[in-house]
Structures are given as structure tokens and as C-alpha cells.
Ligand binder design. Structure first.
Ligand code: URA
Ligand code: SF4
Length: 190
């Protein structure tokens, strides 16, 4: 039995497996091409994402769209964008370990069904989770990692900064994020 991404999304739309269900407007499952070679994974929906039901539609998302277009030559409907947790944490606090654990099966099913060549993890949160490490993003970025442990797809992980950190941090971080995206482009084109 295998379900499609759309079926999994419909199932997730009613999810109440953790406390984040209470404060959300809607589940932000993810968007893009279900057979994309490239997937981005962020942390969790913010206010604008919660309102629209779509990932990365605020300021961070605008930057992500621009850098993705300039460095990889792709628009957001040519890749797939998701988050570690699918419901907005109140006041944009970090998701709690039990919330991440409860939500993880949704992300795993997304990754299994999409089976992307490359996952770009955006920021500490998704990078540490998917690479399964305690090392921070500044040390992690600049190389690629095999996807291990979580699920058995032949996917490499390329960690980079969260676009919100680039918006705060400025030039150096933006240049490093651009070079991480170039690495992703090269990995996709094989
Ligand atoms: N930040 C995230 O991590 N994800 C979003 O969808 C938006 C902002
Ligand atoms: Fe379900 Fe994830 Fe939302 Fe928690 S955050 S209610 S596990 S979809």
C-alpha cells in the first residue's frame, strides 16, 4: 500500500498528535513538486505561513526564492519546501523535543515519497535533526552529508543557514548560503 503525497497531506491536515495543534490556524504541510530533485527543510511555520497555509511565504521565504533562482535557477514550484514541524509554535518559540518527535513521521513520509537527490536543511534546527548531530550550523555547513538513520533514501543533505539568519547577519552569511546553494545545484546535476 502506498499513498500519494496529496493523500498524506490530507491526513496531516487533521493531525492533533502534539500540543501545537491548539494554537495553529492550519497545518502547513509543504508545497512544491512531489517528484522534485531538491527539497528544502526549515524549522516551522511563522505567522504568515500559519495564515496562508504555505511554507516560507514571509520575508525569509522571499529571500529563499531569490537565492534559489539566482544560484540554482529554480522556482519554488520546481522544488519541494517543508518544515520540521507542520504547525506554528506560539510566539515563534523553538519547537519542543516532544513536538519534533510527534511530527517527525510526517517529514519522513514526505522524504520517502519525494525521494529527493538533495535536501538543503535551513538552519540549526533541521540540520541537526536530519544529520543527527549536536554540531551547530556554522561548523556543519560547507559540505554535504549522507542521509542516515532516519530513512533509507539515497539522499545527500546540504546544510545551510536559515534565511532569517541571513537577513539578520548580512553579507558573509549570504555569500556562504549562496555557495551552499551552488553545491546543491552541482549535486542535483550529478
Ligand atoms: N521559517 C521556517 O523555518 N519555516 C517557514 O515556513 C517560515 C519561516
Ligand atoms: Fe501534528 Fe505536527 Fe501539527 Fe503536532 S506539529 S499537531 S504532530 S502536524
Amino acid at each position: 500500500m502506498s499513498s500519494t503525497l496529496g493523500e498524506v497531506a490530507a491526513e496531516a491536515a487533521g493531525c492533533t498528535k502534539c500540543g501545537l495543534a491548539q494554537g495553529r490556524t492550519q497545518v502547513v504541510f509543504g508545497m512544491g513538486d512531489p517528484s522534485a530533485d531538491l527539497m528544502f527543510v526549515g524549522e516551522g511555520p511563522g505567522a504568515e505561513e500559519d495564515k496562508q497555509g504555505l511554507p516560507f511565504v514571509g520575508r525569509s521565504g522571499k529571500l529563499l526564492d531569490r537565492l534559489m533562482a539566482e544560484e540554482i535557477g529554480l522556482a519554488r514550484d520546481q522544488c519541494y519546501i517543508a518544515n520540521v514541524v507542520k504547525c506554528r509554535p506560539p510566539d515563534n518559540r523553538d519547537p519542543k523535543p516532544e513536538e519534533v518527535a510527534a511530527c517527525r513521521p510526517w517529514l519522513e513520509r514526505q522524504i520517502q515519497l519525494i525521494a529527493p537527490t538533495v535536501i538543503v536543511t535551513l538552519g540549526n534546527f533541521s540540520s541537526k535533526l536530519l544529520i543527527d548531530t549536536k554540531t551547530g550550523i556554522t561548523k556543519l555547513r560547507g559540505q554535504s552529508y549522507p542521509m542516515e538513520g532516519m530513512i533509507s533514501v539515497n539522499t545527500v543533505i546540504i546544510p545551510t543557514y536559515h534565511p532569517a539568519a541571513v537577513l539578520r547577519g548580512g553579507g558573509l552569511q549570504e555569500a556562504q548560503m549562496r555557495s551552499d546553494l551552488v553545491r546543491a545545484r552541482m549535486a542535483i546535476s550529478g
